[in-house]
Design a protein around this ligand. Structure first.
Ligand code: IMP
Length: 193
């Protein structure tokens, strides 16, 4: 089975390839000649993921899925959420984003947060949504150098290390994205049997 992933992010594509069964071959946007950024201007993760999947489906007519992730911090009313990448500005700079987060949370006694990934799939013309969540808390300071984005600040529940202090394999076994991808795989496995 061939399926397009609506992303040109090689890190993300490789991470997803690792968890997909071998019989599903993942096609990148580059493979089908779609270059540049896909618009993501919606105000929720669900709407953004669906918009990206629909955009690629319209251009290619192929089965496709797209993902969108946000960090939702309880004491900030679930911000930065859908705006996580550009929280501190258009530069999408992770250090700036984390510094702003620590500043905004300086008076937050409750440091609960979660990463939420939404995957939107268009398969045989039908649309499906899968969600993956990992609950945790925001540390008082950054620790670790693995991973990307807000990893140095995020401590998943039941652990004392941040995502950035864990091996990539460990993070990928418990992450929001892995959980959403597993649901996608379960679905694809079922319908293709
Ligand atoms: P995207 O939808 O996967 O591009 O994620 C949007 C933004 O959320 C990224 O630019 C990161 O700032 C943040 N983010 C997404 N996934 C992770 C993660 O696994 N660790 C840390 N930050 C993440």
């Amino acid at each position: 089975m061939r399926i397009v992933i609506a992303s040109n992010n090689k890190h993300k594509i490789n991470e997803i390839k690792e968890v997909l069964p071998a019989r599903i071959s993942l096609i990148s946007l580059e493979d089908i000649g779609i270059k540049g950024d896909i618009p993501e201007n919606e105000d929720s993760l669900e709407a953004n993921a669906l918009a990206k999947a629909r955009y690629v489906y319209k251009l290619s007519g192929l089965n496709v899925f797209a993902d969108d992730t946000g960090l939702e911090v309880k004491c900030l009313g679930n911000r930065p959420g859908v705006h996580s990448a550009r929280y501190a500005g258009e530069g999408r700079n992770s250090d700036d984003n984390m510094n702003l987060l620590l500043k905004e949370m300086s008076k937050c006694p409750d440091r609960s947060a979660r990463f939420r990934t939404i995957i939107a799939l268009i398969f045989n013309k039908e649309e499906y949504i899968f969600e993956g969540i990992v609950n945790g808390k925001i540390a008082e300071q950054k620790s670790g150098s693995e991973g990307f984005g807000y990893d140095p600040l995020f401590i998943p529940d039941s652990y004392s290390l941040t995502f950035a202090e864990m091996s990539i394999n460990k993070k990928n076994s418990i992450s929001h994205r892995a959980r959403a991808i597993r649901k996608l795989c379960t679905f694809l496995n079922k319908i293709e049997q």
